[in-house]
Design a protein around this ligand. Structure first.
Ligand SMILES: Nc1nc2c(ncn2[C@@H]2O[C@H](COP(=O)(O)OP(=O)(O)OP(=O)(O)O)[C@@H](O)[C@H]2O)c(=O)[nH]1
Ligand SMILES: [Zn+2]
Length: 204
């Protein structure tokens, strides 16, 4: 099974030697001005650099190929042939409409075919797609499709629940609203009993 070494696809922090182009810092200064504040006041002087580094982190998924996390599989599972599920996986993303935070949790399940993968890898796939500009529907589909395409399972089920700051903090300003999306593939799509079983295991 794969190790959890820090360079094993981790997407934490921006590189210490990250060079921030002037145009990026200038764009942040412009945005600060647009917000109504003064980018030259003391508290905001280092903000363009911080924001630029933060966005490299929010977008770390662009440098990640999530399918690579599923390349190390193993088939010695003692005859186990039931659902494998990770639930309550926290994640954050940003909506592509307003660049506002999307904060939520995912449940990812599959019914293995002839191979399984280390469980942390399912969360890595989620983060690889979440750390991009997203809509929740696409994020859900990408995670499910990636597992379907690379693990050759009998079924995949992904359910994502998330809160969108573009709805809670601006626009319609409706706090507490959660959006739920799901994608069912293979037996979870075709067989009612299997779908009910996986949704029950997920807590729905
Ligand atoms: N379907 C979907 N919609 C999203 C997602 N993230 C944000 N949105 C919504 O996409 C819509 C964009 O609508 P627009 O009318 O173009 O933008 P807007 O004028 O800012 O809309 P309001 O948010 O209603 O003020 C908004 O209703 C957002 O809440 C997402 O992941 N999926
Ligand atoms: Zn939005």
């Amino acid at each position: 099974m794969g190790s959890c070494s820090p360079d094993d696809g981790d997407l934490i922090g921006s590189p210490p030697d990250l060079v921030i182009p002037d145009e990026v810092a200038d764009a942040v200064r412009t945005l600060i001005r647009w917000t109504g504040d003064d980018p030259d006041r003391e508290g905001l002087l280092d903000t363009p650099g911080r924001v630029a580094r933060a966005w490299k982190e929010y977008g770390a998924g662009y440098a990640d190929d999530p399918s690579l996390h599923l390349s190390r599989t193993f088939d010695e599972v003692g005859g186990y042939d039931e659902i494998i599920l990770l639930r309550d996986i926290p994640f954050h993303s940003h909506c592509e409409h307003h660049l506002a935070p999307i904060i939520g949790k995912a449940a990812i399940a599959y019914l293995p075919g002839d191979k399984v993968v280390g469980i942390s890898k399912l969360a890595r796939v989620l983060h690889g797609y979440a750390r991009r500009l997203q809509v929740q529907e696409r994020l859900t589909a990408q995670v499910a499709d990636c597992i379907w395409d690379h693990l050759n399972p009998k079924g995949v089920a992904v359910v994502i629940e998330a809160s969108h700051a573009c709805m809670t903090a601006r626009g319609v300003r409706t706090p507490g609203v959660m959006m739920t999306t799901s994608r069912m593939m293979g037996v979870f799509r075709e067989d009612e009993r299997s779908r009910k079983e996986v949704l029950a295991l997920m807590g729905y």
